[in-house]
Design a protein around this ligand. Structure first.
Ligand code: DGY
Length: 331
């Protein structure tokens, strides 16, 4: 029997994927809970045919240049801003990701952050634990109403749609969206209206980010954008931290330019412990857990393994980020 292809897996993954990987590959699995340092990663991948990476691993052109046998990079995430896709394509390396299976879990988390931030849930919990709850307070802990309000979705893709659907079907919200592409389904099913970013910021009670991180979207929400938002607005970010200028978010929350924020992502991750954002009562920060359900992570692991194996065999990847690589694929 031919030798199994050598692959490096940058973290321990759910068995649903790991079993498949071990069956088909000679796999080295990085055992630590923290990512391998960049230099170690480069060294480990240098004689591999496959790499399973996480969003915390920088997979750049230099790493790829140092890995002449590398045929496939399978990212354990739907986002792939950690990988230089243009370089991978130029060098003939197929790249896979895990779309679809995490849509509902991520939309759920975005909505969970919306309710929790709008209703000041975490602040209330801290208040209780601190022994400050003395009586029922007619004027205490006032948050924002949800029903019938307007939600602005930035990036009406799969996750944006699933989030908007929750807001519209469950809470009767009007849906605005900002996207380069028209989403007919969102318009038909949810009565969503495509608007420019300024209109969305001005008219929305809740603004939720669901767009890719790239050079066009990096820092797209900063001081100028916060000034356009309602001072009762809530910002939700379950996409990527660098979409938002974090210092500007701090100022906006502190000065009351917006009411609150719910974040599943920050810049950097984790945030520095002396980041002043962490001192504010009107921000909730979760440690990038939107896809963290048992079922979702198992499904991600399975797609990830299938992408890896297909890439090693030179076959079509089930979820292929750069199918255009086919013409000059490394064999
Ligand atoms: C992704 O997949 O891109 C999420 O951020 C983590 O599941």
């Amino acid at each position: 029997m031919a030798d199994k292809p050598k692959v490096f897996v940058t973290r321990n993954l759910p068995d649903a994927g790991l079993k498949l990987i071990k069956e088909h590959c000679d796999a080295e699995i990085w055992p630590d809970p923290l990512p391998p340092p960049y230099e170690v990663l480069c060294e480990k991948v240098s004689d591999c045919a496959g790499l399973v990476s996480l969003l915390t691993d920088r997979v750049d052109e230099a790493l790829m240049q140092r890995s002449p046998k590398l045929k496939v990079i399978s990212n354990f995430a739907v986002g792939f801003n950690n990988i230089d896709i243009a370089a991978a394509t130029r060098l003939g390396i197929a790249v896979g990701n895990t779309p679809g299976v995490l849509t509902d879990a991520t939309a759920d988390m975005a909505f969970c952050l919306l309710i929790a931030a709008a209703r000041r849930l975490v602040e209330g919990h801290a208040y209780t634990l601190a022994g400050k709850w003395k009586t029922w307070e007619p004027l205490g802990h006032l948050g924002q109403d949800l029903v019938g309000r307007t939600v602005g979705v930035i990036g009406m893709g799969r996750i944006g749609y699933a989030f908007a659907k929750r807001c519209h079907a469950g809470w009767d919200m009007k849906v605005l969206y900002y996207d380069l592409h028209k989403n007919e389904k969102a318009e038909q099913d949810l009565g969503a209206r495509q608007v420019d970013l300024d209109t969305l910021l001005r008219e929305s009670d809740f603004v939720s980010l669901h767009t890719d991180l790239n050079e066009q979207t990096r820092g797209m929400i900063g001081a100028a954008e916060f000034k356009k938002m309602k001072n009762t607005a809530v910002l939700i970010n379950s996409a990527r931290g660098p979409l938002v200028k974090q210092k500007d978010l701090y100022e906006a929350l502190k000065n009351g330019d917006i009411f609150a924020a719910g974040l599943d992502v920050t810049d950097p991750e984790p945030p520095e412990m002396d980041d002043p954002l962490l001192t504010l009562p009107n921000v909730i920060i979760a440690p990038h857990i939107a896809s963290a359900t048992v079922g979702t992570r198992n499904a991600m692991a399975e797609i990830c393994a299938k992408n890896l194996i297909a890439g090693l065999k030179g076959e079509k990847l089930p979820a292929w980020v750069n199918p255009e690589v086919e013409a000059n694929r490394r064999r």
